[in-house]
Design a protein around this ligand. Structure first.
Ligand code: MLT
Length: 283
């Protein structure tokens, strides 16, 4: 990790599950999954990926966000902020697992976290016991998408995260969530607004440069759970179906009343799907 370390939560005991957040979020998006899975005898590791959450800060000790959650971080290398590749993030996760003496784990990523999960299983095939790919996709960006990311990175650096929050909330959350779950809306908005534009911009550039993972699909030999929100306009059901067709051992769970933030919009349904999958794939 070239001198940097991640802030992370480490809770529970049992088979290890690593939760990788989306963009531009942080590990707090997994709150309901941490609570649920630790109660069901799993050890949950949830890092703030490079440039996000408390990993941004030059801190040595962070306050716990919830009782029993152990958080630690150390300085982030300034030079890492220009571009953070998905492979950088995957290597960070492996280094964190080394530090925690975790040989292998189920790797669960949402959206950007899914890209990191693809890189992780590619770089460290023996360390992923199973994958959960939520709201993500295998193909790389096209030129138009890459340009949009470059523009967004510049805008965030110039003006902060406010515009992004306004523009993306209606895509991240289903119409029903937006009208009926103000707590979820507020929580997602807050996560975006508190993201460090430098970390977010570096990750945007990293996502623009990411590989096409489509060719990796047939070579992934571990069990995979694909989760997608029926109303997700960012990574729609067709992306999930594409991965499902390419993988040799996958199951697809479509969550009807959710868009992109399936785990936060419908935590009970997401958790039950996760529990059922982990019960067969990991234990
Ligand atoms: C995310 O939620 O992580 C992003 O939508 C991923 C992306 O921009 O491709």
């Amino acid at each position: 990790m070239s001198g940097s370390e991640l802030a992370y939560s480490d809770a529970g005991s049992g088979p290890a599950v690593v939760l990788l957040h989306g963009y531009p979020f942080d590990r707090s998006m997994w709150r309901e999954q941490v609570d649920f899975l630790t109660a069901h005898r799993y050890r949950i590791i949830a890092p703030d990926l490079r440039g996000f959450g408390e990993t941004v800060a030059q801190t040595s000790v962070c306050e716990p966000s919830a009782p029993g959650h152990k958080l630690k971080s150390v300085p982030l290398n300034e030079a890492d902020r220009t571009i953070t590749s998905m492979a950088d993030m995957a290597r960070d996760v492996a280094t964190l697992m080394d530090k925690l003496e975790i040989v292998d784990a189920a790797i669960c990523g949402l959206s950007m976290g899914g890209y990191v999960a693809f890189e992780f299983v590619h770089l460290f095939p023996t360390r992923a016991r199973a994958l959960v790919l939520a709201g993500t996709r295998a193909p790389a960006d096209n030129e138009q998408e890459k340009q949009a990311r470059a523009q967004q990175a510049e805008q965030m650096l110039a003006k902060g995260m406010g515009d992004l929050a306004g523009a993306t909330l209606p895509k991240l959350l289903a119409a029903g969530t937006l009208t009926e779950k103000p707590g979820v809306v507020g929580r997602v908005r807050e996560m975006i607004l508190r993201a460090d534009p430098r970390g977010a911009a570096a990750a945007q550039r990293g996502m623009a440069a990411r590989r096409d993972y489509s060719g990796d699909l047939p070579g992934i030999k571990v069990p995979v759970l694909i989760i997608v929100g029926r109303q997700d306009p960012i990574r729609p059901v067709t992306d999930a179906e594409f991965m499902h067709r390419g993988l040799s051992d996958s199951r697809l769970r479509i969550i009807e009343e959710a868009a992109h933030m399936t785990n936060t919009e419908q935590p009970e349904i997401f958790n039950r799907a996760l529990q059922k999958f982990l019960g067969t794939a990991v234990v």
